[in-house]
Write a new protein. Structure first.
Length: 221
């Protein structure tokens, strides 16, 4: 993966290294694995693709061409499903291999590691790596993690060499990590901490427009 490694928060000064490593993983999948299109949702949205099943033929169907096409679709479905399972195991092995020693130590300390590792759960490991990268770990003191996420959210700005798409991608990462971890606390005494990430009012939209934070408004609109 061209030297890209998943690292802990204090191992790398590049605050975009997580998104860059995920991008390298996406390129690896596209070049090395079969049916890479079925893996797009893994690196983009951290979800497993659901391959649609062919619709059942009617019992009364007798057209040989229709039957032949249906059988071809069933065969393709089985092939894609088998490759997806295999590709996910390969992707998990690649992600684990691209973790720094410190990152591996963090992951192996998690209660679910043995089970998730045995299952080659790519979604789980990506989310945990992301949380560790942004110092938003389950095993840390939750209020400290929330404070770190809050600080990162407010402190993040578009760099002189950052494109709008690059800025937006990293901004989304900050928000997704926050929302994932803060959601269980939404009805507790820290609910007020969630307010800055709620849908903006007309006033805040106007202020944002004056400050040219286009990416923020696009994401929240």
């Amino acid at each position: 993966m061209n030297g890209h490694v998943f690292q802990c928060f204090n191992e790398c000064e590049d605050k975009k290294h997580f998104s860059k490593t995920v991008e390298a993983l996406r390129e690896y999948i596209a070049k090395k694995l079969k049916y890479p299109g079925d893996m797009v949702s893994l690196t983009k949205d951290f979800v497993r693709t659901e391959i649609p099943k062919p619709t059942e033929l009617k019992v009364s169907e007798t057209n040989r061409l229709v039957i032949a096409i249906w059988e071809k679709k069933v065969s393709a479905y089985c092939t894609r499903t088998d490759y997806l399972d295999s590709n996910l195991k390969t992707a998990y092995a690649v992600m684990w291999g691209q973790c720094s020693e410190a990152m591996k130590a963090k992951l192996t300390s998690l209660d679910a590691f043995e089970t998730k590792s045995h299952e080659s759960d790519c979604i789980w490991i990506l989310k945990e790596i992301k949380g560790i990268t942004y110092r938003f770990e389950v095993q840390r003191y939750i209020y400290l993690s929330l404070d770190d996420a809050r600080t990162s959210y407010y402190a993040y700005t578009q760099g002189a060499k950052d494109s709008i798409s690059s800025y937006l991608e990293h901004f989304r990462s900050l928000v997704k990590v926050w929302n994932t971890m803060a959601a269980p606390l939404a009805k507790t005494q820290v609910y007020w901490m969630l307010l800055p990430l709620s849908r903006p009012t007309q006033t805040t939209q106007q202020s944002a427009s004056r400050l040219h934070v286009t990416a923020l408004l696009l994401w929240l609109s």
